[in-house]
Design a protein around this ligand. Structure first.
Ligand code: NAD
Ligand code: WQD
Length: 341
């Protein structure tokens, strides 16, 4: 059975992907330094899949540990999630982001090359497009990220493309995620922000739980039908399945490298809020406030390329995404930590 190294595999998207990789028959080795996740995720993965992945607590910048993993296991491909992802923090601490996300990936690729493992699926982001000139966004739109985080993603994309150009044995798939939300249907895996959430869904679920007082809606004066920002929300389980599809075709040499992963549909903040209230029966107090600097009025994906080339499609509705996010939040009021208050 082929073994896949999943970097960042205890994180939000990585953990959901590990389950689906196991279901597809892969053996999984996870490397994660736990800067933004908890080891208990490994237990949760085992409870769901019945199979405990190998877990190595280490940083992808730690060359020796990476080498020892490649020596011990016959790794056929890497699925590379490990990275820091806070747009705001990246503006304050750009070097931290370049060091972790870019240098970390360079180190990973060097170890891969030395060990003759040249297949990689990389977590990129729709943030690399910056402000798109129109919607939906296709993969050939210009890239113009607006934060050090976005720059770090685009730099890694370019490094991986250069690698594939330089040596045809490299097989690179770059997946640009739109807005991942939702949680595992069991309610035992989900998004667990360290602090007050920056993203819309964890904020809404924490308000609904009574942990936060109200949702602040960042602007209702955008040129959208209800004035609030529009995004392409995608269920984390749909996102996970795209990685399995990308791996299944990793050996095909003439495939495109970059794929958008979204549903192709946009929903406004107000749409999300109202539907959340409807499917959960919970009232979510909110207040309209000023726009958040750097926010874009609207964007959503054209996911046709992934559909036609990888045979992948997002199948879960916004309804299901919101129900699953709420189920996770209710079952895990403190995320993965064991606090009781
Ligand atoms: P996450 O923070 O939950 O998972 C990332 C994991 O990587 C964490 O477990 C963290 O501990 C680990 N990690 C970070 N730096 C590391 C390092 N140097 N060495 C080892 N482990 C390290 O984030 P996520 O939401 O699951 O995102 C996964 C990937 O997808 C990230 O690369 C992120 O940039 C990208 N992405 C996320 C979103 C999103 O909205 N969640 C959108 C687009 C792209
Ligand atoms: C969604 C909408 C907000 C919070 C971010 C990153 C992006 C990618 C995905 C990693 C917007 C509004 C939000 C709140 C609000 N991550 N909102 N009140 O900004 O589209 O994308 O996550 O790659 O790089 O930038 O997602 O969930 O923060 O915001 O009104 O408290 O909700 O203005 O319209 P965003 P988000």
């Amino acid at each position: 059975m082929a073994t896949v190294l999943v970097t960042g595999g205890t994180g939000y998207i990585g953990s959901h992907t590990v389950i689906q990789l196991q279901k597809a028959g892969y053996d999984v080795v996870i490397i994660d330094n736990l800067t933004n996740s908890k080891e208990v995720v490994i237990d949760r993965i085992e409870s769901i899949s019945g199979c405990r992945p190998v877990f190595v607590k280490a940083d992808i910048r730690d060359t020796q540990t990476l080498e020892s993993i490649f020596n011990k296991y016959s790794i056929f491909s890497v699925v590379h999630f490990a990275g820091l992802k806070s747009v705001g923090e990246s503006a304050a601490l750009p070097l931290k982001y370049y060091e972790n996300n870019v240098s970390g990936t360079v180190n990973l690729c060097q170890v891969m090359a030395r060990n003759d493992c040249k297949n990689i699926v990389f977590s990129s982001s729709a943030t690399v497009y910056g402000v798109p000139s129109s919607v939906p966004v296709t993969e050939d739109f210009p890239t113009n990220p607006e934060s050090p985080y976005g720059h770090s993603k685009l730099m890694v994309e370019n490094i991986l493309k250069d690698l594939q150009q330089s040596d045809l044995e490299w097989r690179v798939r770059i997946l640009r995620y739109f807005n991942p939300i939702g949680a595992h249907s069991s309610g035992t895996l989900g998004e667990d922000p360290n602090d007050i959430p920056n993203n819309l869904l964890p904020f809404i679920t924490q308000v609904a739980m009574g942990k936060l007082e109200k949702l602040l809606i960042f602007g209702n004066d955008y040129p959208t039908p209800d004035g609030t920002g529009i995004r392409d929300y995608i269920h984390v389980e749909d996102l996970a399945s795209a990685h399995v599809k990308a791996l299944a075709k990793i050996h095909v040499s003439n495939l495109p490298i970059v794929f958008n992963l979204g549903t192709g549909k946009g929903f406004s903040v107000m749409d999300v809020l109202k539907l959340f209230e409807k499917v959960t029966g919970k009232k979510v107090p909110y207040q309209i406030t000023s726009r958040r600097p750097g926010d874009i009025a609207e964007y959503w994906a054209d996911p046709t390329l992934a559909e036609q080339t990888l045979g992948w499609q997002a199948v879960r509705s916004l309804d299901a995404m919101l129900k699953d996010s709420w189920n996770w939040q209710q079952q895990n009021p403190h995320g993965y930590s064991t606090e009781t208050v």
